[in-house]
Design a protein around this ligand. Structure first.
Ligand code: NAD
Length: 280
C-alpha cells in the first residue's frame, strides 16, 4: 500500500512515513538508504551533523528514483562553535546540497532552538531567503518549544512547515501537537520507536501487537500515523526497514490508541533525548 502524503503549509506534499538516518555512518548510508528506496520509501531525513549526507546522496543518485518523487530533508547544524550569521547559514546550506548532490531540498530545518544563544530568529531570516529562492521547497524547525514557536510568530510571517520533535507513546507531546495544529505546522516525530529500547518491550505494546498480529514497531508506527504525525523510523536491517513501511494494511481502534497514549500521559511522560531548553 502507498504511503499517504501530508499537505504542508507551503502547498507541497510530504510522505507521512520516511526513513531516518541518524547514527548511520556515511559508509553504511548508501546501502541503508538504497534498501529503503528499493522498499518504497520516498522521504529521507538526514542532517549535516549526522555526517552521512554524501552516502545518502550516493544512494539517491544510484536509485534511479526521479527527483520529483523524492522528499529530502536535512538540517542546519547551528552548533555552538560559530556565529550563525547570514553567510554561515547560506554556506552550510550550500555545503549540504553539495554533499547530497542535489540542486534543491524539499525541507530544510533548524536543528535545535538553542534558546540560550538567542540567534534562531536571525537564522530564520536567512531561512526565509532560502525558501523564497526555491532552493528549499519548505523550511521548518526542530526541537522548538511552544515559547520558541511564539517568538518566531512574533517576528516572522513565515510559519515553519514542520516542527520535528521527540515524540512517541512514552513522550506524547500533547501540548505541542495541539499548538502545531492551531498554527498550521505539521508535527514530525523523531525517535518514533523510542529508539527501539524500552518502549518496544512494554507489555501494553506487546498486547496491542498480538491483537493485530503485527510487531511492536508496527503498532507504534500506526499510533503515530493515526494521530496525524509524520514518522521517520530508522533501521539498517533490511527486514526491519521493510517491516516499518508495511503499516498501511491495518488499523488500531480507539481502545488501542488510548492504551498506547496512556503509557506516557501526565507524570509518566519521559524523554529519551536531550531537553531543548538546555541543549546547546
Ligand atoms: P527510532 O525511534 O527510529 O528507533 C530506531 C532504532 O529502533 C533502530 O536503531 C533499531 O535499534 C530499532 N528498530 C528499528 N526498527 C525496528 C523494528 N522494526 N523492530 C525492532 N526494533 C527496531 O530512533 P531514531 O533513529 O533516534 O529516530 C528516527 C530518526 O529521527 C533519526 O534517524 C533521525 O533521522 C531523526 N532524529 C532527529 C532528531 C532531531 O533532533 N531532530 C533527533 C533524533 C532523531
Amino acid at each position: 500500500k502507498q504511503v499517504p502524503s501530508i499537505r504542508l503549509n507551503n502547498g507541497t506534499a510530504m510522505p507521512q512515513l520516511g526513513f531516518g538516518v541518524w547514527q548511520v555512518p556515511d559508509s553504511g548510508a548508501e546501502s541503508a538508504v538504497g534498501t529503503a528506496l528499493e522498499a518504497g520509501y520516498r522521504s529521507i531525513d538526514t542532517a549535516a551533523i549526522y555526517g552521512n549526507e554524501r552516502g545518502t546522496g550516493r544512494a539517491v543518485a544510484a536509485s534511479g528514483v526521479p527527483r520529483g518523487d523524492l522528499f529530502v530533508t536535512t538540517k542546519l547544524w547551528n552548533g555552538p562553535k560559530q556565529r550563525w550569521g547570514r553567510d554561515q547559514v547560506l554556506r552550510a546550506f550550500d555545503d549540504s546540497l553539495d554533499k547530497l548532490g542535489l540542486d534543491h531540498l524539499d525541507l530544510y530545518l533548524i536543528h535545535w532552538p538553542r534558546p540560550m544563544r538567542d540567534d534562531f530568529l536571525a537564522i530564520w531570516k536567512t531561512f526565509e531567503e532560502i525558501a523564497a529562492s526555491g532552493r528549499a521547497k519548505a523550511v521548518g524547525v526542530s526541537n522548538f518549544r511552544p515559547a520558541d514557536l511564539e517568538r518566531l510568530r512574533g517576528e516572522s510571517d513565515l510559519v515553519p512547515a514542520v516542527n520535528q520533535i521527540e515524540l512517541h507513546p512514552l513522550f506524547p507531546q500533547e501540548e505541542l501537537r495541539a499548538l502545531h495544529a492551531s498554527l498550521g505546522i505539521v508535527t514530525e516525530a523523531w525517535s518514533p520507536l523510542g529508539q527501539g529500547k524500552e518502549l518496544l518491550t512494554l507489555p501494553a505494546v506487546a498486547a496491542v501487537a498480538a491483537k493485530h498480529g503485527r510487531s511492536a514497531a508496527q503498532v507504534v508506527l500506526r499510533w503515530h500515523l493515526q494521530l496525524g504525525n509524520v514518522v521517520i523510523p530508522k533501521s539498517v536491517t533490511p527486514a526491519r526497514i521493510r517491516e516499518n513501511l508495511d503499516v498501511f494494511g491495518f488499523e488500531l481502534d480507539a481502545a488501542d490508541l488510548a492504551e498506547l497514549s496512556a503509557l506516557g500521559s501526565g507524570a509518566a511522560a519521559r524523554r529519551i533525548g536531550p531537553d531543548p531548553a538546555v541543549f546547546d
